[in-house]
Design a protein around this ligand. Sequence first.
Ligand code: UDP
Ligand code: MG
Length: 335
Amino acid sequence: MKAISAPSLSVVLPVYNEEPNVPALAQRLDSALRSCGRTYEVILVDDGSSDATWPALLLAARTYPCFRLIRFRRNFGQTAAMAAGFDAACGDIVVTLDADLQNPPEEIPVLLAKMDEGYDVVSGWRKNRQDEASRTIISRQANRILRILTDITEDEVHDFGCSLKAYRADVIKQVHLYGEMHRFVPALCKRVGARIADVPVQHAARTAGKSKYRISTRTLHVFLDLFTLRCLLFHATSPIHFFGKFGIQLASIGFAMLAFVGLEWLVSLFPHCGAWFGATLLVKRSFWIITPFMLIGFALQFILLGLIAELQIRTYHETQRKPIYHVRETFDSPR
Ligand code: UDP
Ligand code: MG
Protein backbone atom coordinates (compact mmCIF):
# COMPACT_ATOMS: atom_id res chain seq x y z
CA MET A 1 0.00 0.00 0.00
CA LYS A 2 1.35 3.45 -0.90
CA ALA A 3 1.28 6.49 1.33
CA ILE A 4 -0.49 9.55 -0.03
CA SER A 5 2.36 11.85 1.09
CA ALA A 6 4.15 11.98 4.40
CA PRO A 7 1.51 13.42 6.75
CA SER A 8 2.31 14.61 10.26
CA LEU A 9 -0.48 12.57 11.86
CA SER A 10 -1.65 8.97 11.30
CA VAL A 11 -4.91 7.84 12.87
CA VAL A 12 -5.26 4.05 13.18
CA LEU A 13 -8.57 2.29 13.77
CA PRO A 14 -9.19 -1.47 14.03
CA VAL A 15 -12.61 -2.21 12.54
CA TYR A 16 -14.48 -5.47 13.03
CA ASN A 17 -18.16 -5.78 12.17
CA GLU A 18 -18.84 -2.07 12.67
CA GLU A 19 -20.91 -1.46 9.52
CA PRO A 20 -23.60 0.70 11.20
CA ASN A 21 -20.92 2.90 12.79
CA VAL A 22 -18.78 3.53 9.70
CA PRO A 23 -20.67 6.45 8.04
CA ALA A 24 -20.87 8.58 11.22
CA LEU A 25 -17.32 7.58 12.18
CA ALA A 26 -15.90 8.69 8.82
CA GLN A 27 -17.76 11.98 8.89
CA ARG A 28 -16.75 12.81 12.48
CA LEU A 29 -13.11 11.79 11.88
CA ASP A 30 -12.96 13.97 8.79
CA SER A 31 -14.26 17.08 10.52
CA ALA A 32 -12.26 16.53 13.75
CA LEU A 33 -9.00 16.06 11.82
CA ARG A 34 -9.58 19.03 9.53
CA SER A 35 -9.81 21.24 12.62
CA CYS A 36 -6.42 19.99 13.93
CA GLY A 37 -4.48 22.08 11.42
CA ARG A 38 -2.07 19.22 10.60
CA THR A 39 -1.67 17.00 7.59
CA TYR A 40 -3.12 13.59 8.35
CA GLU A 41 -4.02 10.13 7.14
CA VAL A 42 -6.67 7.77 8.52
CA ILE A 43 -5.78 4.07 8.40
CA LEU A 44 -8.79 1.80 8.82
CA VAL A 45 -7.95 -1.88 9.25
CA ASP A 46 -10.86 -4.21 8.53
CA ASP A 47 -10.12 -7.18 10.77
CA GLY A 48 -11.92 -9.79 8.61
CA SER A 49 -15.44 -8.41 9.15
CA SER A 50 -18.29 -10.76 8.20
CA ASP A 51 -20.86 -7.97 7.74
CA ALA A 52 -20.85 -5.15 5.15
CA THR A 53 -18.09 -3.18 6.90
CA TRP A 54 -15.69 -3.35 3.90
CA PRO A 55 -18.13 -1.81 1.34
CA ALA A 56 -19.00 0.85 3.93
CA LEU A 57 -15.27 1.62 4.36
CA LEU A 58 -14.77 1.78 0.59
CA LEU A 59 -17.59 4.27 0.31
CA ALA A 60 -16.08 6.38 3.12
CA ALA A 61 -12.62 6.29 1.46
CA ARG A 62 -14.18 7.51 -1.81
CA THR A 63 -16.02 10.29 0.00
CA TYR A 64 -13.26 11.63 2.27
CA PRO A 65 -9.63 12.30 1.32
CA CYS A 66 -6.66 10.78 3.14
CA PHE A 67 -8.40 7.54 4.11
CA ARG A 68 -6.32 4.38 3.65
CA LEU A 69 -7.87 0.94 4.00
CA ILE A 70 -6.35 -2.43 4.86
CA ARG A 71 -8.45 -5.58 4.76
CA PHE A 72 -7.37 -8.75 6.60
CA ARG A 73 -8.07 -12.18 5.07
CA ARG A 74 -9.73 -13.28 8.31
CA ASN A 75 -10.28 -12.04 11.85
CA PHE A 76 -6.81 -11.77 13.44
CA GLY A 77 -7.85 -9.68 16.46
CA GLN A 78 -7.64 -6.09 17.59
CA THR A 79 -3.91 -6.27 18.42
CA ALA A 80 -3.00 -7.54 14.94
CA ALA A 81 -5.20 -4.85 13.36
CA MET A 82 -3.45 -2.16 15.37
CA ALA A 83 -0.03 -3.61 14.50
CA ALA A 84 -0.93 -3.49 10.78
CA GLY A 85 -1.92 0.16 11.23
CA PHE A 86 1.36 0.97 13.01
CA ASP A 87 3.35 -0.73 10.24
CA ALA A 88 1.54 1.25 7.55
CA ALA A 89 1.55 4.61 9.38
CA CYS A 90 3.68 7.37 7.81
CA GLY A 91 2.98 10.19 10.30
CA ASP A 92 5.31 11.45 13.03
CA ILE A 93 2.51 10.92 15.53
CA VAL A 94 0.21 7.89 15.51
CA VAL A 95 -3.18 8.09 17.22
CA THR A 96 -5.32 5.00 17.85
CA LEU A 97 -9.01 4.80 18.66
CA ASP A 98 -11.90 2.35 18.44
CA ALA A 99 -14.19 2.37 15.44
CA ASP A 100 -17.42 2.05 17.45
CA LEU A 101 -17.50 5.77 18.36
CA GLN A 102 -17.04 5.01 22.06
CA ASN A 103 -13.88 7.15 21.75
CA PRO A 104 -15.07 10.47 20.29
CA PRO A 105 -12.78 11.56 17.40
CA GLU A 106 -13.24 15.13 18.65
CA GLU A 107 -10.89 14.25 21.55
CA ILE A 108 -7.88 13.72 19.25
CA PRO A 109 -6.74 17.41 19.57
CA VAL A 110 -6.70 16.98 23.38
CA LEU A 111 -4.13 14.17 23.03
CA LEU A 112 -2.11 16.14 20.49
CA ALA A 113 -1.95 19.18 22.80
CA LYS A 114 -0.50 16.95 25.56
CA MET A 115 2.00 15.43 23.08
CA ASP A 116 3.17 18.97 22.31
CA GLU A 117 4.27 19.25 25.96
CA GLY A 118 7.06 16.81 25.06
CA TYR A 119 5.60 13.37 25.80
CA ASP A 120 6.22 10.32 23.61
CA VAL A 121 3.01 8.54 24.61
CA VAL A 122 -0.26 10.11 25.74
CA SER A 123 -2.98 7.80 26.94
CA GLY A 124 -6.68 8.65 27.13
CA TRP A 125 -8.34 8.28 30.55
CA ARG A 126 -12.05 7.44 30.45
CA LYS A 127 -12.71 9.30 33.70
CA ASN A 128 -16.44 9.08 33.14
CA ARG A 129 -16.66 5.65 31.53
CA GLN A 130 -19.94 4.74 29.85
CA ASP A 131 -19.91 0.92 30.13
CA GLU A 132 -21.72 -1.46 32.49
CA ALA A 133 -20.85 -0.95 36.18
CA SER A 134 -19.35 -4.48 36.47
CA ARG A 135 -16.86 -3.75 33.65
CA THR A 136 -15.90 -0.41 35.12
CA ILE A 137 -15.27 -1.88 38.59
CA ILE A 138 -13.19 -4.83 37.28
CA SER A 139 -11.26 -2.49 35.01
CA ARG A 140 -10.42 -0.11 37.87
CA GLN A 141 -8.93 -2.94 39.95
CA ALA A 142 -7.16 -4.41 36.90
CA ASN A 143 -5.57 -1.01 36.20
CA ARG A 144 -4.29 -0.86 39.79
CA ILE A 145 -2.63 -4.31 39.47
CA LEU A 146 -1.27 -3.48 36.03
CA ARG A 147 0.38 -0.32 37.32
CA ILE A 148 2.12 -2.26 40.09
CA LEU A 149 3.33 -5.00 37.76
CA THR A 150 4.50 -2.69 35.00
CA ASP A 151 6.06 0.02 37.22
CA ILE A 152 3.79 2.64 35.65
CA THR A 153 2.61 5.43 37.92
CA GLU A 154 -0.91 6.83 38.23
CA ASP A 155 0.32 10.08 36.65
CA GLU A 156 1.39 8.11 33.59
CA VAL A 157 -1.60 5.83 32.93
CA HIS A 158 -4.89 5.61 34.83
CA ASP A 159 -6.69 3.58 32.19
CA PHE A 160 -4.79 0.93 30.20
CA GLY A 161 -7.98 -0.20 28.45
CA CYS A 162 -8.73 3.11 26.71
CA SER A 163 -7.92 2.71 23.01
CA LEU A 164 -7.65 6.46 22.44
CA LYS A 165 -3.90 6.98 22.65
CA ALA A 166 -1.19 8.91 20.84
CA TYR A 167 2.37 7.73 20.21
CA ARG A 168 5.45 9.24 18.68
CA ALA A 169 6.08 7.11 15.56
CA ASP A 170 9.74 6.41 16.32
CA VAL A 171 8.66 4.91 19.67
CA ILE A 172 5.68 2.85 18.51
CA LYS A 173 7.63 1.43 15.57
CA GLN A 174 10.08 -0.13 18.08
CA VAL A 175 7.29 -2.03 19.82
CA HIS A 176 6.30 -5.48 18.58
CA LEU A 177 2.83 -6.67 19.44
CA TYR A 178 1.69 -10.27 19.94
CA GLY A 179 -1.45 -11.95 21.32
CA GLU A 180 -3.70 -9.35 22.92
CA MET A 181 -0.93 -6.99 23.99
CA HIS A 182 -2.58 -3.85 22.61
CA ARG A 183 -3.73 -2.91 26.13
CA PHE A 184 -0.17 -2.86 27.39
CA VAL A 185 1.44 -0.77 24.65
CA PRO A 186 2.31 2.13 27.04
CA ALA A 187 4.17 -0.33 29.30
CA LEU A 188 6.08 -1.69 26.29
CA CYS A 189 6.84 1.89 25.22
CA LYS A 190 8.15 2.70 28.70
CA ARG A 191 10.63 -0.13 28.28
CA VAL A 192 11.90 1.64 25.16
CA GLY A 193 12.36 4.76 27.34
CA ALA A 194 9.24 6.73 26.37
CA ARG A 195 7.94 9.68 28.42
CA ILE A 196 4.31 8.90 29.22
CA ALA A 197 1.31 10.94 30.43
CA ASP A 198 -2.45 10.67 30.31
CA VAL A 199 -5.35 13.08 29.89
CA PRO A 200 -9.05 12.70 30.71
CA VAL A 201 -11.13 12.09 27.57
CA GLN A 202 -14.85 11.71 26.95
CA HIS A 203 -16.29 8.24 26.52
CA ALA A 204 -19.63 7.36 24.94
CA ALA A 205 -21.86 4.33 25.28
CA ARG A 206 -22.05 2.04 22.25
CA THR A 207 -25.06 3.06 20.17
CA ALA A 208 -24.75 0.54 17.30
CA GLY A 209 -23.20 -2.90 16.85
CA LYS A 210 -22.04 -5.17 19.68
CA SER A 211 -18.98 -5.41 21.90
CA LYS A 212 -16.61 -8.11 20.60
CA TYR A 213 -15.42 -9.25 24.02
CA ARG A 214 -16.91 -11.26 26.86
CA ILE A 215 -15.78 -10.02 30.23
CA SER A 216 -14.82 -13.52 31.51
CA THR A 217 -12.47 -14.37 28.62
CA ARG A 218 -11.03 -10.87 28.54
CA THR A 219 -10.19 -10.97 32.28
CA LEU A 220 -8.54 -14.38 31.85
CA HIS A 221 -6.50 -13.22 28.85
CA VAL A 222 -5.35 -10.03 30.59
CA PHE A 223 -4.33 -12.08 33.63
CA LEU A 224 -2.32 -14.56 31.53
CA ASP A 225 -0.77 -11.84 29.35
CA LEU A 226 0.55 -10.25 32.52
CA PHE A 227 3.04 -13.09 32.97
CA THR A 228 4.42 -12.57 29.46
CA LEU A 229 4.46 -8.83 29.95
CA ARG A 230 6.31 -8.98 33.27
CA CYS A 231 8.87 -11.32 31.72
CA LEU A 232 9.27 -9.09 28.63
CA LEU A 233 9.52 -5.90 30.66
CA PHE A 234 11.99 -6.91 33.31
CA HIS A 235 13.75 -10.13 32.39
CA ALA A 236 14.09 -10.01 28.61
CA THR A 237 17.77 -9.10 28.61
CA SER A 238 18.98 -11.06 31.66
CA PRO A 239 16.79 -14.12 32.36
CA ILE A 240 19.61 -15.79 34.32
CA HIS A 241 19.13 -13.13 37.03
CA PHE A 242 15.46 -14.10 37.36
CA PHE A 243 15.83 -17.89 37.29
CA GLY A 244 19.22 -17.87 38.99
CA LYS A 245 17.83 -15.94 41.98
CA PHE A 246 15.25 -18.71 42.61
CA GLY A 247 17.94 -21.33 42.10
CA ILE A 248 20.29 -19.74 44.63
CA GLN A 249 17.50 -19.30 47.19
CA LEU A 250 16.48 -22.98 46.89
CA ALA A 251 20.09 -24.16 47.02
CA SER A 252 20.71 -22.03 50.13
CA ILE A 253 17.76 -23.65 51.92
CA GLY A 254 19.02 -27.09 50.79
CA PHE A 255 22.58 -26.46 52.05
CA ALA A 256 21.28 -25.00 55.32
CA MET A 257 19.24 -28.17 55.91
CA LEU A 258 22.26 -30.35 55.11
CA ALA A 259 24.38 -28.32 57.52
CA PHE A 260 21.71 -28.86 60.16
CA VAL A 261 21.72 -32.64 59.63
CA GLY A 262 25.54 -32.68 59.64
CA LEU A 263 25.59 -30.72 62.88
CA GLU A 264 23.19 -33.18 64.47
CA TRP A 265 25.38 -36.06 63.37
CA LEU A 266 28.43 -34.38 64.87
CA VAL A 267 26.62 -33.72 68.10
CA SER A 268 25.48 -37.34 68.27
CA LEU A 269 29.18 -38.34 68.40
CA PHE A 270 29.29 -36.71 71.82
CA PRO A 271 26.46 -38.37 73.71
CA HIS A 272 26.70 -36.10 76.77
CA CYS A 273 25.79 -33.05 74.55
CA GLY A 274 23.43 -35.01 72.27
CA ALA A 275 21.17 -35.68 75.19
CA TRP A 276 19.84 -32.12 75.13
CA PHE A 277 20.63 -31.07 71.54
CA GLY A 278 19.87 -34.19 69.47
CA ALA A 279 16.67 -34.86 71.34
CA THR A 280 15.09 -31.55 70.40
CA LEU A 281 16.47 -31.56 66.85
CA LEU A 282 15.49 -33.83 64.03
CA VAL A 283 12.68 -36.22 64.43
CA LYS A 284 12.07 -37.21 60.82
CA ARG A 285 15.56 -37.83 59.54
CA SER A 286 14.55 -39.10 56.07
CA PHE A 287 12.69 -35.84 55.34
CA TRP A 288 15.69 -33.78 56.41
CA ILE A 289 18.05 -35.79 54.21
CA ILE A 290 15.94 -36.16 51.04
CA THR A 291 14.56 -32.59 50.96
CA PRO A 292 17.91 -30.76 50.73
CA PHE A 293 19.01 -32.91 47.81
CA MET A 294 15.69 -32.27 46.06
CA LEU A 295 16.04 -28.52 46.65
CA ILE A 296 19.59 -28.51 45.33
CA GLY A 297 18.37 -30.49 42.28
CA PHE A 298 15.60 -27.93 41.65
CA ALA A 299 18.13 -25.14 42.09
CA LEU A 300 20.38 -26.62 39.40
CA GLN A 301 17.38 -26.91 37.09
CA PHE A 302 16.46 -23.24 37.63
CA ILE A 303 20.02 -22.15 36.88
CA LEU A 304 20.09 -24.33 33.76
CA LEU A 305 16.72 -22.86 32.70
CA GLY A 306 18.24 -19.40 33.13
CA LEU A 307 21.20 -20.40 30.93
CA ILE A 308 18.90 -21.79 28.23
CA ALA A 309 16.81 -18.61 28.39
CA GLU A 310 20.02 -16.56 28.03
CA LEU A 311 20.85 -18.44 24.81
CA GLN A 312 17.26 -18.04 23.63
CA ILE A 313 17.30 -14.30 24.27
CA ARG A 314 20.47 -13.92 22.21
CA THR A 315 18.76 -15.70 19.30
CA TYR A 316 15.70 -13.47 19.79
CA HIS A 317 17.69 -10.25 19.69
CA GLU A 318 20.25 -11.21 17.06
CA THR A 319 18.04 -12.94 14.47
CA GLN A 320 15.58 -10.06 14.47
CA ARG A 321 18.31 -7.44 14.91
CA LYS A 322 16.46 -6.11 17.94
CA PRO A 323 18.61 -3.56 19.80
CA ILE A 324 19.09 -3.90 23.56
CA TYR A 325 19.04 -0.09 23.84
CA HIS A 326 17.01 2.76 22.33
CA VAL A 327 18.41 6.22 21.47
CA ARG A 328 16.25 9.31 21.98
CA GLU A 329 18.50 11.65 19.97
CA THR A 330 22.12 12.24 19.02
CA PHE A 331 24.27 15.31 18.58
CA ASP A 332 27.73 15.67 17.02
CA SER A 333 29.77 18.77 17.71
CA PRO A 334 30.39 20.85 14.57
CA ARG A 335 33.70 20.09 12.89
N1 UDP B 1 -12.01 -5.12 17.06
C1 UDP B 1 -11.21 -5.67 16.06
N2 UDP B 1 -11.03 -7.03 16.04
C2 UDP B 1 -11.59 -7.85 16.99
C3 UDP B 1 -12.34 -7.27 18.01
C4 UDP B 1 -12.54 -5.90 18.03
O1 UDP B 1 -10.70 -4.98 15.19
O2 UDP B 1 -11.39 -9.05 16.91
C5 UDP B 1 -12.20 -3.66 17.07
C6 UDP B 1 -13.66 -3.20 17.13
O3 UDP B 1 -14.24 -3.07 15.85
C7 UDP B 1 -13.53 -1.85 17.83
C8 UDP B 1 -12.37 -2.06 18.77
O4 UDP B 1 -11.63 -3.17 18.27
O5 UDP B 1 -13.17 -0.84 16.91
C9 UDP B 1 -12.81 -2.35 20.20
O6 UDP B 1 -13.75 -3.41 20.23
P1 UDP B 1 -15.05 -3.38 21.15
O7 UDP B 1 -15.75 -2.06 21.01
O8 UDP B 1 -15.85 -4.58 20.86
O9 UDP B 1 -14.40 -3.49 22.60
P2 UDP B 1 -15.00 -2.88 23.97
O10 UDP B 1 -15.29 -1.42 23.72
O11 UDP B 1 -16.23 -3.66 24.25
O12 UDP B 1 -13.90 -3.07 24.94
MG1 MG C 1 -16.19 -0.46 22.27
